[in-house]
Every structure is written in C-alpha cells, then in structure tokens.
Design a protein around this ligand. Structure first.
Ligand code: TXA
Ligand code: MG
Length: 352
C-alpha cells in the first residue's frame, strides 16, 4: 500500500500548479490517474519501463494486452509511429482531439512493455482539457489504460478510480464525470481498409461519412470470442453479478422484464434492470427490483455516458442477477452494445 493523493481540478479553471506537480510525478516514474473525455486513464510515461510494468501490476492486467499512448500534439506522432499515412492525417484533422485511437506500425523506441510485444502502437490525442494540459506539461507520451481493476467496468467518475486503485497509485486527479462514457474507438490503420477493433466514441457512421462506407471495416469479431484488439478477449466491463443481455422488439422484452421482476420478488432475490425510460413499468418499484435507466432509447449518447456507472451501482446494490436491454446498434449505441455483450460473457438472448 502507498499513500494515494487525491486532488480536484476544475476543467473550466485549470489549476496549473496542481497539474505541474502531477506532471512531475509522471516524469519521476509515478502513476497518475487522470480524466479524459471517455473514461479515466491510469498514466505512466512510456519511457519509464518499470512504471509501465507497474500499470499492469496495479490493474491486474494480463501482460499480452497493449496500452494506448496518449499525446497532446500531432508532432508527437513521428516519435511513436514508423510511418504516418495520409489517412492518419485526415483522421486527426477530423477527429482529434477526441475519442479515437489509431493503430500504426511502431518505432523501435516505443518500449515493448507498452505494446505488449506487438509491432504496432496505439495512439490517441484526447480532448479533455485536464488530460491535454497534463500531457503538455509532462512533455512525453503517456501510456494509459482505463483506470480500473482489470475486468471491472471502466471508470467514468473519480469515485470509481478510488474504489479500484486507492493505495496503489501516487495520484488521482478528480475532474467530475467524464463525458462520452465509453472508451475510444480503436482503429487499425495498418491494412488496406480502416478496421474498427473496438467500437467507441467515434462511430462507424462518422468514419464512413469521411472515407465512404466501403473503406470502413467493422469485423463481426468485435462481438465474438476471438477479437482483434487483444484486450477484447477477456470478460470485461463486468459487474459482480451475472448479466443477461436481451434483444428483441420492445414489447416482448418489456413483458419479459415484468415477469422477471415478479419472479424476483416472490423468490426474495435482488435483481438489477438496466433499460430505457420507455421500458419503465410499475412492477419495477417492487422490493427486490433495482431499475437503472440508460435514458431515452433515441438518444444513445445518454446511455453511453451512464453505462459503466450503472454497472457499478448494480454491484453496490448487491443484486443477484442483472437484466440489460440491448441498445439500438447505431451511432455510439454500437459501443454500448459491445460493452454489454462483453459484460454478458459474449451472449445475447433474443426475446420473442
Ligand atoms: O478511451 C480510451 O481509449 C481510454 C482512455 C483512458 O484513453 N483508454 C482505454 O485503454 O480504454 P484500455 O487499455 O482500457 O484499452 C485499450 C484497448 C485494448 O482493448 C487493447 O487491446 C487495444 O486497445 N490495443 C492497444 N494497443 C493495441 C495494438 N497495438 N493493436 C491492437 N489493439 C491494441
Ligand atoms: Mg480498459
């Protein structure tokens, strides 16, 4: 155990001195958890190899799962990537700073610990003002996975980071809830097409609008057991209780949930229901039923913002089982579906 310092930084009135100190901790080899616009990240300077290894230790992260390198200006690309294709420039102009991670062939100087021995490196330029300023003051690329214990839902609030990493890292920077709520889109640029390895904040539709739909590949493996981004093969984003992901027309799904609520009450069980406002039912107020709203079905960004927090609330409520309604797979709804699918252990049930 070490003493973890926790500081609050207002993203609209950044305390320079506080971030300068955080940057110094990073440069000296410490681990700092910081906000990004997607989820909180756990950072180490990529050249501090022991610190990078320590990220894997404190998260309990499998060693074959590479980290994303965070930068604050485009010029740092050439420090990390062997070559920077024209496509990367277009992507950066259109989507950086923002929730997009590019996979490119790496330079030899990028330590193997960062890329888990792969010949490629994942690079992202985040949009959160605190992240940007921290990276600028640090002056060196920062490897940062999500700041959760491996396998747990990613952290969208500092309280989530504290729950998982207090006593294990030098500093946690609290800047309130993150905006996007699901992690960045991981995009492989090493092939002839753009391949989405993990759906996220920059959607397939947004990429297709720039490059044409035929240029964007979203392999079905992102929802399968053998995914392309190494990290996606583990049971992930998972609350403690088993989660059942339900698809189908709203009416039969609502009927199924109402029945589940009734059964939970008579069996004296606690269940969690993660669904949309429109799915609300008087039966959900019964004892034993914990209803958590993803907001309105037609607004997928709301669900994205809340998802990980709701999964953690299910844990806090100590539910025995969770039922989640699958979101429409459009826009950022695709990323929400993907995270729920992983939380369900790679299963989805169609309700008729
Ligand atoms: O939004 C985000 O991306 C957040 C914030 C902190 O930036 N970070 C994040 O990192 O989600 P992490 O480590 O939880 O997820 C990184 C994902 C993993 O699935 C990993 O396998 C994949 O990116 N990845 C990293 N480097 C890769 C590479 N060279 N090739 C393929 N996949 C890679
Ligand atoms: Mg993660």
């Amino acid at each position: 155990m070490i003493k973890t310092e926790i500081i609050t930084v207002d993203p609209e009135a950044i305390d320079q001195a506080a971030l300068a100190r955080a940057a110094a901790i990073l440069r000296q080899g410490g681990l700092v958890a910081f906000p990004t616009e997607t989820v909180y990240g756990l950072g180490a300077v990529i050249y501090n190899r022991d610190s990078v290894k320590n990220i894997f230790t404190v998260k309990g992260r499998p060693g074959d799962n590479p980290l994303i390198v965070h930068i604050y200006q485009w010029e740092q690309m050439t420090e990390l990537a062997r070559e920077v294709p024209e496509t990367a420039k277009i992507l950066a102009q259109r989507f950086w700073p923002g929730p997009l991670t590019m996979i490119l062939p790496k330079k030899a100087e990028v330590p193997a610990e960062v890329s888990a021995g792969l010949p490629t490196v994942a690079i992202r330029l985040p949009a959160h003002p605190v992240a940007k300023e921290l990276l600028r003051l640090t002056g060196q690329p920062v490897a940062a996975p999500s700041a959760n214990s491996s396998g747990r839902p990613s952290p969208t609030r500092s309280s989530h980071v504290i729950a998982d990493l207090d006593g294990k890292v030098e500093l946690i920077i609290d800047a309130g809830p993150t905006g996007v709520g699901v992690e960045s889109t991981v995009l492989d640029l090493t092939g002839p097409k753009l391949r989405i390895l993990r759906p996220g904040g920059v959607t397939r539709e947004m990429l297709a609008a720039v490059f044409g739909p035929e240029m964007v590949e979203a392999p079905s493996q992102i929802n399968c057991v053998r995914p392309l981004a190494p990290g996606m093969k583990y049971r992930h984003y998972a609350p403690q209780a088993p989660l059942r992901l339900l698809t189908g027309e709203p009416e039969p799904v609502r009927g199924f949930l109402q029945k589940a609520a009734g059964e939970a009450r008579s069996a004296g069980k606690q269940i969690g229901i993660i669904a949309y406002d429109e799915d609300r039912n008087p039966a959900f107020t019964a004892t034993g039923v914990n209803f958590f709203s993803l907001g309105q079905r037609r607004n997928p960004t709301e669900g994205a913002e809340r998802l990980f927090h709701l999964l953690r609330l299910c844990d806090q409520a100590g539910v025995d089982e969770i039922y989640a309604v699958a979101p429409p797979r459009q826009g950022v709804g695709e990323a929400v579906f993907n995270r729920l699918y992983k939380a369900a252990g790679g299963k989805v049930e169609e309700i008729k």
